[in-house]
Design a protein around this ligand. Structure first.
Ligand code: NAD
Length: 352
């Protein structure tokens, strides 16, 4: 075993069906007496439970989080937070709601209790991406790491099949890249394999019956572990490509991860075979192909074309991705990235 560093992020996790009812106790533990709630319109039902749980502790509701945390939305929420005199933040929803809570914590240092309802994983990372004038920039700071995460699988049971599947792929992408990360270590690799296992097994059951609560338990548990991977080690080609494609063409976050993951995995496998072989017992001899086939069997998008990327964008995207230097296990060049993106655009199977 080589020398390694393991960085454990702080954070308290409450997991289980019905755990939303622990919310006021958790607010009490944090000595938060005036809470601002952030929730998307899709979260009306949990929001109603939260309103009754928090009672007088709730001093405001901000119902308009947006994908990629636009600064204008943060500033609007910040005005409400200041005028309400809030001393804590509660967020319920996907990565967009949690991203807004993190943006507010970045500016105020207030404690956050977050209740994820998708599998994006942002709740356990010290990372925040924000968008200003259409450009997204990302920073890593412990100021944004939520103090408490409440994982209640009952809340994810309303997530539609299509979003459940792509969000699950988004989570598995964190784990796959953690296996070959420069900062990889045996603890995070264990979490990565277990996170992939839980999601790989749960997603077909959820696609068949989105109300399958045992599968929801398993998927949310897997998403947590995959999020820990994202929050602990650096990411590489897959995340950088998705960032480029999302930022340049406005492609939806989780579907882009779903299309790119098999291709990025196949591309990096020759340079990270021992690390990625940890997936072979779960995914077989060709993990990239298995994930590609899984996406197809669950009716998930398989091409960048169907996500709305113009074919003429392949060349510029390859140039941006090649010229923006970052660590990756396999060397990157414009021609290889062009080939990868071309296959992904057409929805062709990945090649190593
Ligand atoms: P999202 O939060 O935008 O949610 C997707 C859609 O699903 C929204 O319309 C939302 O209202 C709806 N939804 C969420 N939960 C639901 C439920 N239980 N039932 C019904 N509908 C529900 O998308 P996301 O994929 O969760 O998050 C994407 C965002 O998170 C992006 O901005 C991305 O950059 C960010 N992100 C950040 C990190 C990080 O570490 N900083 C990690 C992952 C994602």
């Amino acid at each position: 075993m080589n020398l390694f560093v393991y960085n454990a992020n702080r954070g308290r996790v409450i997991f289980g069906r019905g755990s939303l009812r622990q919310l006021s106790g958790e607010a009490e533990r944090l000595s938060a007496k005036r809470l601002l709630l952030i929730c998307a319109p899709s979260q009306a039902d949990p929001a109603a439970i939260i309103v009754s749980e928090l009672g007088d502790r709730l001093v405001g509701i901000f119902p308009r989080p947006a994908m990629h945390t636009p600064i204008e939305v943060t500033e609007e929420a910040l005005r409400l937070l200041r005028s309400s005199g809030a001393d804590g933040i509660v967020a319920v929803g996907g990565g967009s709601a949690i991203g807004l809570a993190k943006a507010l914590a970045l500016r105020t240092d207030l404690p956050q209790i977050v209740i994820p309802t998708t599998y994006a994983g942002s709740e356990v990372t010290p990372v925040i991406g924000e968008t200003k004038d259409g450009a997204k920039s990302t920073q890593t700071t412990l100021k944004v790491l939520p103090e408490v995460v409440i994982y209640d699988p009952n809340l994810s049971a309303t997530l539609p099949k299509a979003i459940s599947v792509t969000s699950g792929f988004n989570a598995m992408a964190h784990a796959v890249e953690a296996l070959y990360a420069r900062e990889r270590n045996p603890i995070i690799s264990l979490l990565a394999v277990e996170g992939c296992r839980a999601l790989f097994e749960a997603l077909p059951a959820i696609a068949t019956n989105p109300g399958d609560i045992e599968a929801r338990d398993s998927a949310l548990y897997g998403a947590w572990l995959c999020g820990v991977c994202l929050g602990s080690v650096g990411m590489a080609l897959h995340h950088k490509l998705c960032h480029t494609l999302g930022g340049t063409f406005g492609l939806a976050h989780a579907p882009t991860h779903t299309v790119i993951l098999p291709h990025a995995l196949a591309y990096n496998r020759p340079a990270a075979r021992p690390q990625l072989d940890m997936l072979v017992p779960l995914l077989g001899e060709n993990p990239a192909r298995r994930l590609f086939d899984l996406a197809a069997s669950l009716d998930a998008p398989q091409s960048l074309r169907e996500l709305g990327m113009p074919e003429a964008g392949i060349g510029p995207a390859a140039i941006i991705a090649a010229n923006n230097p970052y660590w990756n296990p396999r060397q990157l060049d414009e021609a290889s990235l062009h080939d990868l993106l071309d296959r992904a655009w057409h929805g062709l199977a990945p090649t190593e």
